[in-house]
Design a protein around this ligand. Structure first.
Ligand SMILES: Cc1cc2nc3c(=O)[nH]c(=O)nc-3n(C[C@H](O)[C@H](O)[C@H](O)COP(=O)(O)OP(=O)(O)OC[C@H]3O[C@@H](n4cnc5c(N)ncnc54)[C@H](O)[C@@H]3O)c2cc1C
Length: 457
C-alpha cells in the first residue's frame, strides 16, 4: 500500500496580516500543526503602518482642529498648539496598544511556529524560506499588496513618500502634493492640512473619491478647499516630477493646460498591487497582475491552497481580509464549505466629517440598469445639527423598486458609526419603510437616517 506523504505542517500561512492571522489561530485551535511565514513585520499593514497609526494621528489632529474652532461655543482656544514629535509618540502608543504590531509571540503562544523571511513556492507542497525548505499539506496565501511606482517621468530620480513611509518623516513638510484622490489620499490631505501643511491633491477622474457616490466626493472637495485651504486638482494628470533644489517640481496637465507646482514633498497613494511574485507557477496557482484567482470558496486553482485578503485584489479593507481569513480557515478544515458575503461591506473614510458607504452606489445601479429610488436627507434638517453647530453632510439611501435598501452613503461627523444600521439593512434586505418605522433617538445624528428612509416610503 502506498504511504501517505508526510509534511512538516498541516497548514502554512504565508503573510501575517488580517488575511493570514485569524486562519492561523483557527487552525491551531483545531489542533493542526501550523506555521506562519512573514517577510517583514508580523501583523502586516494595519497595526504597523496602515489603519491604526493613521487613525490615531487623525483623531489627534481632528481634536485639535475642533478645539481651535471652539470660540463659537464659548471656549477659549487662543493658546492651543501641538508638537509634531509628541503627536507621533501618541501614534506609537496607540500602535503598541493593539498588541498586533510586530508581535511574533502572539503566534508562538498559540503553538504556531513562526518564520521571518519571504516565502517562495518551489513545488505545490513546498516553499523555500531563507535557503530552507518547508512542506505543508495545505497553504493559505495572504501576502497582501504593495505600492508599485506609477509610471511618471522622473519619479525614479527623486525621493517621495507612500502611505507606508510618510508617517516616519521627522519634519512636517511645508507643502505636500498627493498623487491620487482615493480614501487614503483624502485622509492624509486633511491630516496634513490641519497641521499646517499646504496640500495639493491630484486626481485624474472628475472628482475625488471617484469610486463613491458623487455627492460625497463633491462635498469633501469643497470642505477641504474652503475650510483647510487644500488645492483639489481633479481631471489632473501628472506629467513629470523633478528635483528643484531642496524641493520638488511637479508638472501637471489639467483640462489641456500645463501647470508647474513646487512642493517640499510628494505622497504617492496610487498603484497598490497584489503581492503575487511568490513562485505561484511552481504550485500551479492561477493569478493575474490583479491578484490570485479564487473560486467562491476562496480556493485557488490548486486544491490544497486557499487565498485571502488584499492579494485577491478586489475590496481592500481590513474587515474583508479578516472575514476571508476566517472563511478560508473554515473551508480548509471542513468538507461543508461556506462563501463570503460581499453584499454588505461598509467602507469608511476617516475624515471629519466622516464618509461611509455600504452596498451599491448610484453609478453601480446605472451600470446594472437597475430600477431604483433614492432619497437624500441633509444633516442640517435634524436637531443635532443645531446643537453641534454643524451643517454640512447628508444621508443618502438607495432602494430597489420594492423599497428594499440596496445602498447608502453618509457624510456626517459620526458617519462611520451610523453606517452600520444601514449595513444591517442591506445585509438583511430590509425595506426603507422598516427603517422609517424604527424609533431613532432624538438629538442623535441617526435621526437623519430615519428621515432619508421615510422619504422613500
Ligand atoms: C494607510 C492605510 C490605511 C488603511 N486604512 C484602512 C481602514 O481604515 N479600514 C480598513 O478596513 N482598511 C484600511 N486599509 C486597508 C487594510 O489595511 C488592508 O486591507 C489589510 O491590512 C489587508 O490585510 P492583508 O492581510 O491582506 O495584507 P497585509 O496586512 O499587507 O499583510 C500581508 C503580509 O504578507 C507579507 N508578505 C508579503 N509577501 C510575502 C512572502 N513572500 N512571504 C511571507 N510574507 C509575505 C507582508 O510582509 C505583509 O505583512 C488601509 C490601508 C492603508 C495602506
Amino acid at each position: 500500500m502506498a504511504r501517505k506523504p508526510t509534511f512538516d505542517y498541516d497548514l502554512i500561512v504565508i503573510g501575517s496580516g488580517a488575511g493570514g492571522s485569524p486562519a492561523a489561530s483557527i487552525a491551531a485551535a483545531a489542533g493542526k500543526r501550523v506555521a506562519v511565514v512573514e517577510a517583514d513585520m508580523f501583523g502586516g499593514e494595519s497595526p504597523n503602518w496602515g489603519d491604526v497609526p493613521v487613525k490615531a494621528l487623525l483623531h489627534a489632529a481632528q481634536l485639535y482642529d475642533e478645539a481651535r474652532h471652539g470660540t463659537r461655543f464659548g471656549l477659549r482656544s487662543a493658546t492651543l498648539g501641538y508638537n509634531f514629535m509628541s503627536l507621533k509618540s501618541w501614534k506609537d502608543k496607540a500602535v503598541k496598544r493593539t498588541g498586533a504590531g510586530n508581535n511574533k509571540s502572539y503566534y508562538e503562544k498559540q503553538g504556531i511556529d513562526t518564520y521571518n523571511s519571504p516565502a517562495h513556492f518551489i513545488s505545490p507542497h513546498e516553499i523555500s524560506i531563507n535557503r530552507r525548505h518547508l512542506s505543508s499539506k495545505q497553504f493559505l496565501i495572504a501576502t497582501g499588496s504593495y505600492w508599485k511606482n506609477p509610471l511618471i517621468a522622473g519619479l525614479d530620480t527623486i525621493a517621495f513618500y507612500t502611505p507606508r513611509t510618510i508617517l516616519d518623516s521627522i519634519r512636517l513638510p511645508k507643502s505636500l502634493l498627493i498623487i491620487g484622490g482615493g480614501s487614503s489620499a483624502v485622509e492624509f490631505a486633511q491630516l496634513f492640512a490641519i497641521l499646517g501643511t499646504k496640500v495639493y491633491i491630484t486626481e485624474k477622474a472628475a472628482r475625488i473619491l471617484p469610486d463613491q457616490d458623487s455627492e460625497s466626493g463633491e462635498l469633501i472637495a469643497r470642505l477641504l478647499a474652503e475650510d483647510k485651504g487644500v488645492s483639489v486638482l481633479t481631471q489632473t494628470r501628472i506629467l513629470s516630477v523633478q528635483k528643484d533644489g531642496l524641493s520638488k517640481r511637479v508638472v501637471v496637465s489639467r483640462a489641456g493646460t500645463e501647470k508647474s507646482i513646487r512642493v517640499d514633498e510628494i505622497l504617492v497613494t496610487t498603484g497598490r498591487t497584489p503581492t503575487v511574485d511568490i513562485g505561484l507557477e511552481n504550485a500551479s496557482v492561477a493569478y493575474t497582475p490583479n491578484g490570485i484567482e479564487v473560486d467562491e470558496y476562496l480556493q485557488t486553482s490548486a486544491q490544497h491552497i486557499f487565498a485571502a485578503g488584499d492579494v485577491l485584489g478586489s475590496k481592500k479593507y481590513l474587515h474583508t481580509a479578516l472575514t476571508e481569513s476566517r472563511i478560508a480557515a473554515h473551508n480548509l478544515l471542513n468538507k461543508q464549505r461556506v462563501k463570503p458575503d460581499y453584499n454588505a461591506i461598509p467602507n469608511i473614510t476617516f475624515t471629519y466629517p466622516g464618509i461611509a458607504s455600504v452596498g451599491l452606489t448610484e453609478d453601480d445601479c446605472l451600470k446594472r440598469d437597475l430600477d431604483i429610488k433614492k432619497s437624500i436627507a441633509p444633516l442640517n434638517m435634524i436637531a443635532r445639527s443645531n446643537t453641534s453647530d454643524y451643517r454640512d453632510g447628508f444621508v443618502k439611501i438607495i432602494a430597489d423598486k420594492r423599497g428594499v435598501i440596496i445602498g447608502s452613503t453618509i457624510v456626517a461627523p459620526h458617519a462611520g458609526e451610523m453606517i452600520h444600521e444601514l449595513t444591517i439593512a442591506v445585509k438583511h434586505q430590509m425595506t426603507a419603510a422598516e427603517i422609517a418605522a424604527t424609533p431613532h433617538a432624538y438629538l442623535s445624528w441617526s435621526e437623519a437616517i430615519r428621515v432619508a428612509a421615510s422619504r422613500l416610503t
